[in-house]
Design a protein around this ligand. Structure first.
Ligand code: URA
Length: 245
């Protein structure tokens, strides 16, 4: 038995607070009867409707995928390109990616069918630390690396403080490998940050997401998160504090 507002939130329709509001406003029915009281518990057999639409309930699942390059971060693609959910065709659940990695970016991606969990991890206020490894054109000077750390002016605002480290340089090819740790998750943020300092990204990989990494995995591999990892991620996001390694 679970609280009605939690079940609605898990279905991804609304945050838990919004779900409570929907209940109080009389928009939720359980087995055909309007429920306006908070705290009512429901079982998996109970039929729930929100605004007249039956709620589809599924066991929540959580996956970590090593996304290869050349895969779209979506559940379907009009042009018929490979999408991240193609790796989970045998999983009979409506899972979707938590956030995005570009088509050409590889690395750690979480997928779930738990809407509340996805919203929590993607909420800008709770943004979790992500570590990217970028191969960039040219060799960034110290002050350029500092700019990445202090904040770069992008068209949607200055980026929040970050950590950047040059891991290696190739003088002959005039390229560098740079580690960038950020907490935000704006669209194409890492590529735009490097572009802004004059060192466009040639190759990009997300190596870590909070305490999760890709050790022992190859592109295309995936695994289920353990209940403990799910709990830790939730706690981390709610604490609103960056994971410090
Ligand atoms: N930043 C980018 O520019 N691309 C990604 O895929 C992820 C973060």
């Amino acid at each position: 038995m679970e609280r009605l507002q939690k079940v609605i939130a898990h279905a991804g329709i609304a945050s838990r607070r919004k779900a409570e509001q929907l209940i109080v406003e009389g928009k939720v029915k359980v087995n055909g009867k309007v429920v306006t009281e908070l705290g009512v518990k429901v079982s998996p057999q109970d039929r729930i409707e929100v605004d007249g639409i039956p709620l589809e309930r599924e066991e929540p699942v959580y996956y970590l995928l090593y996304k290869p390059r050349g895969v779209i971060c979506s559940v379907k693609d009009e042009k018929g390109r490979k999408v991240v959910t193609d790796f989970f065709k045998h999983v009979n659940k409506r899972i979707y990616p938590i956030g995005r990695l570009d088509y050409d970016t590889s690395g750690l991606l979480l997928l779930t069918n738990d809407g509340e969990f996805a919203n929590l991890l993607m909420h800008p206020r709770y943004e979790i630390e992500k570590v990217y490894i970028a191969k960039v054109k040219g060799i960034p000077a110290r002050e350029k690396v500092k700019r990445l750390e202090k904040g770069v002016a992008l068209e949607d605002g200055v980026t929040a403080p970050a950590k950047a480290k040059v891991l290696s340089i190739d003088k002959r090819k005039q390229t560098a490998i740079v580690e960038l740790r950020i907490h935000e998750g704006r669209n194409r943020q890492v590529r735009r940050m490097f572009e802004a300092i004059g060192h466009p990204v040639l190759k990009l990989k997300r190596e870590r997401y909070a305490f999760l990494d890709l050790k022992g995995m190859n592109p295309g591999d995936y695994r289920e998160l353990s209940p403990h990892e799910v709990k830790q991620l939730r706690a981390l996001a709610l604490a609103g504090s960056p994971y410090v390694s």
